[in-house]
Ligand binder design. Structure first.
Ligand code: BGC
Length: 389
């Protein structure tokens, strides 16, 4: 039974953790917190959000990340649709940015830096000849501060961290926030924001690996994907955009009418160090800064459907091309293409295209606030099948 959030929310202190529930049912809206382990002497916590419909989300303050999203499938079974590890110790060792908040600048910056306001800034080269996902130790590799929250939309956790001026070569002290809320409408809402005391590039990105058939259930090539994007940013051999905003018309990147991910997969074969597969930024239709539905993913085995809404200009569609058969939660095997990321963002390497028509402004100034919203809404489609089918 659903408990509307307008019911009085009771917040209870339970054994050092905070649990909040509506209407007295133990299974309804709540936030729970536990110590998960320790990394480099820092305590790492894990949080569980629950709504009244059986949906659950686990988060951690390490990397402000999502480690589990449990959704009820069309047969009433609980399915965990994100990749992750059982122990926190495995994340720094094995994770390829699983579920985390990437920053200060998600995706690539060409070469080893950029110029801003007449000054040159040097960044780490950590991906071929380029800078990737904020550098050697990006936002994903820190324990963030956390606060459990109860909002009118549902339970959540707010993570914050201060990125000092000069961290990974970036200018300005950045105060970053990533807030997760699980709503009674089965939405996982992610709000990212930041302020700075000096101009800096800023593009904070959420990096969950999704498999709506269940994590470890095989590849995502049979999943259906629709993306509302007329254009994409073609890249060179090192995944740096050429500067062109090309039409998706007649290309494998045309997902406007929906198709299975596998249908045009062969267009991107592996080659040397490049494992092949989709790893592209699409330029989303609609007004930047306005929350709009941009992508729908569905799995025919579970009937689970996920729609993504965002206010961002782009989305990185990445088919887990570097997954290598590592062992994940509960012994699951994460094979190549066993999940996909749909990372809303400013276009990769935007800092080298400031002022060019169609390119996003990625410079955050002290007088402004960076904002980025993602809403993942879950539902099911199709007719329930019997156990024997
Ligand atoms: C990038 C890939 C990269 C992956 C790392 C994605 O956001 O687009 O190129 O390999 O992150 O997990």
């Amino acid at each position: 039974m659903r408990h509307p959030l307008s019911l009085v929310l009771l917040c209870l202190a339970v054994g050092g953790s905070v649990g909040c529930q509506s209407g007295g049912s133990m299974n309804s809206t709540s936030v729970e917190v536990e110590t998960w382990g320790e990394l480099d002497g820092d305590r790492v916590q894990r949080f569980t959000l629950r709504n009244g419909n059986g949906m659950e989300v686990d988060l951690s303050d390490y990397g402000a990340m999502v480690t589990r999203v449990q959704v009820v499938d069309r047969n009433g079974r609980a399915v965990d649709v994100v990749l992750g590890f059982d122990s926190i110790a495995e994340y720094p060792e094995k994770s390829q940015y699983f579920g985390c908040t990437v920053g200060r600048v998600g995706n690539r910056i060409a070469g080893d830096g950029f110029d801003l306001d007449g000054q040159s800034y040097q960044l780490a080269i950590n991906n071929g000849p380029n800078h990737l996902h904020g550098g050697e130790r990006g936002f994903d590799k820190y324990v963030w501060k956390s606060t459990e929250i109860l909002t009118s939309r549902g339970p959540g956790v707010r993570f914050t961290r201060t990125s000092p001026a000069g961290e990974e070569g970036y200018p300005g002290t950045l105060e970053a926030q990533a807030t997760y809320i699980l709503t009674e409408e089965d939405e996982l809402v992610i709000q990212m924001s930041a302020t700075t005391d000096a101009a800096t590039p800023c593009n904070i990105v959420h990096h969950t690996y999704w498999n709506l058939g269940g994590h470890g259930s095989g590849t995502v090539l049979d999943e259906m994907l629709e993306i509302d994007a007329d254009r994409y940013t073609p890249v060179d051999a090192t995944f740096i955009p050429t500067g062109e905003l090309a039409s998706v018309d007649g290309t494998p990147l045309d997902f406007r009418n929906g198709k299975t991910i596998g249908s045009d997969f062969g267009a991107f074969p592996g080659n040397g160090d490049d494992p092949g597969g989709f790893d592209h930024n699409l330029c989303l239709n609609g007004e930047v800064g306005v929350l709009r539905e941009v992508a729908t993913l569905s799995d025919s085995k579970t009937g689970i459907v996920m729609t993504i809404s965002t206010d961002q200009p782009g989305i990185q569609f990445y088919t887990g091309n570097f997954l290598n058969g590592m062992t994940g939660k509960g012994g699951a095997e994460y094979q190549k293409n066993g999940a996909l990321c749909l990372e809303t963002q400013a276009f990769p390497d935007s800092i080298h295209h400031q002022g060019e028509p169609g390119w996003p402004d990625v410079v955050l100034k002290p007088e402004n606030t960076y904002g980025h919203v993602m809403v993942h809404r879950f539902s099911t489609e199709g007719i329930a099948t019997s156990e024997s089918e």
